[in-house]
Design a protein around this ligand. Structure first.
Ligand SMILES: CC(C)(COP(=O)(O)OP(=O)(O)OC[C@H]1O[C@@H](n2cnc3c(N)ncnc32)[C@H](O)[C@@H]1OP(=O)(O)O)[C@@H](O)C(=O)NCCC(=O)NCCS
Length: 158
């Protein structure tokens, strides 16, 4: 996917583009601030190296969010979607997700899947607003402070 420039005349311009290895420190800053159990920088580097679809949002030269998706056997899987807290509720998460969905459609993907924690209402709202439907539960999928937490599994036919 090529870079896409938004609001080019604005000093706070938002750029949606593909993630590079050089972005991973900035990505990690957002990741650590956003999750109790963040991914490591190595995981992000691996995602870029193996060619997963990795998009970032850049705001005033800083990483302000990202989305990561895998594709294979006609299915796409959303692995991570995260927006820096100060720019949430401005439609940025939805826009990254739309870009990933467009990319998947262009590559002949028929279904997109994702997991989400049951107590993540913001993410659940975003996904349900975009038409994802809950199809099941993966038991003890996530690390949690006390043991493990289930994941809700969502699917969107493309
Ligand atoms: C989930 C997340 C990516 C959403 O990103 P965002 O840019 O704030 O989402 P958007 O502004 O695109 O929201 C789109 C719609 O989702 C819903 N929504 C988003 N956040 C919401 C919230 N906190 N409460 C209720 N609804 C919410 C709204 O319907 C919203 O549209 P509206 O603002 O026009 O009403 C963001 O909250 C985030 O990074 N959270 C921490 C990381 C995380 O939990 N990621 C998901 C892992 S599965």
């Amino acid at each position: 996917m090529s870079a896409e420039l938004e609001e080019p005349a604005s000093p706070t311009k938002i750029l949606f583009r593909n993630m590079t290895l050089a972005d991973t420190p900035g990505v990690m800053a957002v990741e650590r601030a956003s999750y109790d159990f963040p991914w490591t920088e190595g995981i992000f580097r691996d995602c870029v190296r193996v060619g997963y679809v990795c998009r970032v949002v850049e705001l005033a030269g800083q990483i302000a969010g990202y989305g990561i998706m895998t594709m294979g056997a006609g299915e796409a899987h959303l692995l991570n979607l995260c927006i820096r807290s100060d720019i949430r509720r401005r439609g940025v998460g939805r826009r990254i997700l739309e870009q990933l969905l467009d990319h998947a459609r262009k590559h002949g993907i028929t279904d997109m899947f994702l997991e989400v924690r049951p107590f993540n209402p913001a993410a659940i709202r975003v996904y349900e607003a975009m038409g994802f439907e809950r199809i099941g539960v993966r038991k003890a999928y996530y690390q949690a402070f006390a043991g493990r937490e289930d994941a809700l599994v969502y699917r969107l036919p493309l």
